[in-house]
Each structure stands twice: as C-alpha cells, then as structure tokens.
Design a protein around this ligand. Structure first.
Ligand SMILES: Cc1ncc(COP(=O)(O)O)c(C=O)c1O
Length: 375
C-alpha cells in the first residue's frame, strides 16, 4: 500500500534534479571556506532575502541556535511567543547552550504578538535584578496558529519596537517561503525589517537537509563562529548544499513558486474535513472559537483540527488506510501538504477520514454502505 504522508513537509524527498546536482556538486573544505557550492548557496540566499551574507547550517534548530549565540550574551533574555518552536521544541538550547532566558508572551490566533505586550516585556536595563533584554524573536509562518503567515507590516512594526530599544529582531522562518508565497511578496521585502532570518531548505522546499541563516556581514561572522562552537562546521558540504541552489531558483524550475499548490491543497483538505461530522476546530491558539473547523484559516500548508472522540483511534484507522497524519499539542491533529501530495491524495485523505471517523465510533455509522468505487 502506498502511503499518503501528511505528517509534515519534512518528509519531502529530493527531486531527481536535486540528486543530480548533489552528484555533480563542486566541493571543497568548507571549514577552510573552500566549498564553492556552499558559498554559492549562501550568496544566493543572502541576495534573495536582501541581506549582506548567509551561512549554511545543518538544521533549522541550529540556525536559531547560532543566531541566538550571535545576538546574545550569556544572562540576557529573549522576548518570544510561548508556543514558538524556539521556546518549546529546541530542547531548551537557549538555556543550555546560549545561557539565556526567554520572556514568553502568549501569541494571538493570527500568530502575532501584541506589540504593547512586547514593549512592556522589555526589562529595565538599569535594574541589576533584571536580565537584559537582548533579542526579540518571531516565527514565520507561525506553526501553532495553523501556520499563519506574518506580514511585512507586522514584521516592520515589531522590529520598530525592538530597534527603538536597541535590540535586534530574529525571524525563525523555517517556512519563510510559505509566507512569501501566501502574501505574493518579494522575499527581501518580508525579510527587510528583520536583523536575521533562518529558513529551512529541508521542509516545503524539498531538500534533504539544511537551513540558511542570513543577516549583516558582521552578524554572520559571529554566527559562523557560533556554528563552529556547536560542532556545525562541515567539510565537503557542497554535496548537501547543491539541492538548495535548485530549490532557490526563480520561477517554475525552483521550489518556491510551487508552494502555492501546497497552500491550495491544504485549503481543499480543510474544506473537506470541515464538512465531516466529528471534525472540530483546533485547540490551542489555532482557532479562537470552538465549533466547526474554519477552512479559511488554512492560509499556508497546515491543517490543524480536533476530532470529537479518541484521536489516537482515529489516527490508527487512518493509518490502516495508508493516510498518515500526526498527533499535535493541545489535543489536535495536524496534516501538512507538500511536494508529492496532489489533489487526488487530498481527496483520498478526506474519504479515509470520513471512514475512520465512523470506524472509530466518532461519527454515526451510515445505514447504507458507502458506494464502491468512490473510495
Ligand atoms: C517553526 C520551526 N522552526 C524551527 C524548526 C527546526 O527545524 P529542524 O527540524 O531542521 O531543526 C522547525 C522544525 O519543524 C519548525 O517547525
């Protein structure tokens, strides 16, 4: 049975062109700064996001980590969303490795932080009892709000709050290009107000591994040093950087433009699921009101929802039908669309969800059998 894997966009496979690029990549020792493919990728990323320089790192978590190490001194504090990846899902690297605290603010249903809360969260630098606020961080797209894209206006507004107080803004842009495509904006315009951005190649862009951090030349110099500190200096890394150059091409030969298909498929899935008896709106901050799943909230490539009943039984029934979704915090289920998932897969997932709801006793069983052929 072939699987339709909607657990994450991290399950995407490198395209045949990426594999060819890997095989043919010109390489050198990147710790000596001699890998031309890594350098080309870093330059392309910086150019695209309108920054002076870039740094290839092993993962999104490493990108966030080296950015924090480059921006912050030990004992300082970051202002960030309580449900952000950096706070919840990076093994407390901010505390363990960077040696900093996080002042956590509750995100709103659109994934943003209230700017008044941000302004108030700054510590008094003259009070020796306080840590010194050294960084503001946002996540774009914001996963726990159902991957809402954060606008350039919002990014500029929060950057202004930070900059007025002499503090930089870092964007965890693991799915930055999903936000770019959702707004139909130039990457440099969305990245413009931020001092640093990390984006992942290994998610919707389909590369097998890697992320890139971009920022000023001086910031990247410090991030480079931090990468060495955390053991992230790689040697002939051009082999894994090469797919990134394929992904970041302009137009249909790259992987950015096509993210629009993933967004359309997520919307289609949300619309289909919303009509099923037993599917409910997500929990957490993903939807402000209880009740029916609102498909309009599928603005990029995530669908979050709850089922009225045992979600683990529902997920198990789905798996029996070859559909993989994943258990998500706050009693939710997540489905993510990505390269390799088409409309027919989405429709198959909806039919499987309808059957799984009935079989796990969540939706009432129909008296008449489902007509054969439609499934
Ligand atoms: C919002 C966000 N930031 C950062 C990361 C970390 O990326 P990686 O798994 O490459 O460390 C993820 C991973 O899923 C993510 O969703």
């Amino acid at each position: 049975m072939s699987l339709i894997d909607l657990r994450s966009d991290t399950v995407t496979m490198p395209t045949p062109e990426m594999r060819r690029a890997m095989a043919d990549a010109e390489v050198g020792d990147d710790v000596f700064g001699e890998d031309p493919t890594v350098r080309a990728l870093e330059e392309r990323a910086a150019e695209l996001l309108g920054k002076e320089a870039g740094l290839f790192v092993a993962s999104g978590s490493m990108g966030n980590l080296v950015s924090q190490l480059a921006h912050l001194a030990r004992g300082q504090e970051t202002i960030a969303g309580a449900d952000s990846h950096m706070v919840v899902h990076e093994a407390a690297g901010h505390a363990v490795i960077v040696g900093t605290s996080v002042r956590q603010l509750r995100e709103r249903p659109d994934g943003t932080l209230d700017l008044r809360d941000v302004a108030e969260a700054f510590r008094d630098p003259d009070d020796p009892h306080n840590p010194v606020t050294g960084l503001v961080e946002i996540e774009n797209t914001h996963s726990d709000s159902m991957a809402q894209p954060l606008s350039a206006d919002y990014t500029a507004a929060i950057a202004a709050v930070a900059h007025e107080r002499g503090v930089p803004l870092h964007v965890d842009g693991a799915r930055f290009f999903n936000a770019v495509v959702a707004f139909g904006i130039a990457p440099a315009a969305l990245a413009g107000p931020a001092d640093s951005v990390t984006f992942c190649l290994s998610k919707g862009l389909s590369c097998p591994v890697g992320s890139v951090v971009v920022g000023s030349r001086e910031f990247i110099w410090r991030a480079h040093r931090a990468r060495k500190l955390v053991g992230g200096g790689m040697r002939q890394a051009g082999v894994i950087a090469a797919p990134g150059l394929v992904a970041l091409r302009d137009g249909p030969s790259g992987m950015i433009e096509r993210l629009a298909e993933d967004h359309a498929n997520a919307r289609r899935l949300a619309e289909g699921l919303a009509d099923l008896d037993g599917i409910e709106s997500p929990g957490g901050i993903a939807q402000p009101t209880e009740g029916r799943l609102d498909p309009e909230r599928a603005r990029t490539n995530f669908v979050l929802f709850k089922v009225r009943g045992d979600r683990m039984a529902f997920l198990a029934r789905l798996r029996e039908r070859g559909i993989l979704m994943i258990d998500y915090p706050h009693g939710q289920i997540r489905a993510v669309t990505h390269h390799g998932i088409d409309e027919a897969d989405v429709d198959a997932a909806m039919r499987a969800a309808r059957d799984a709801l009935r079989e796990s006793g969540i939706a009432p069983r129909r008296r008449t059998p489902v007509p054969a052929g439609g499934d």
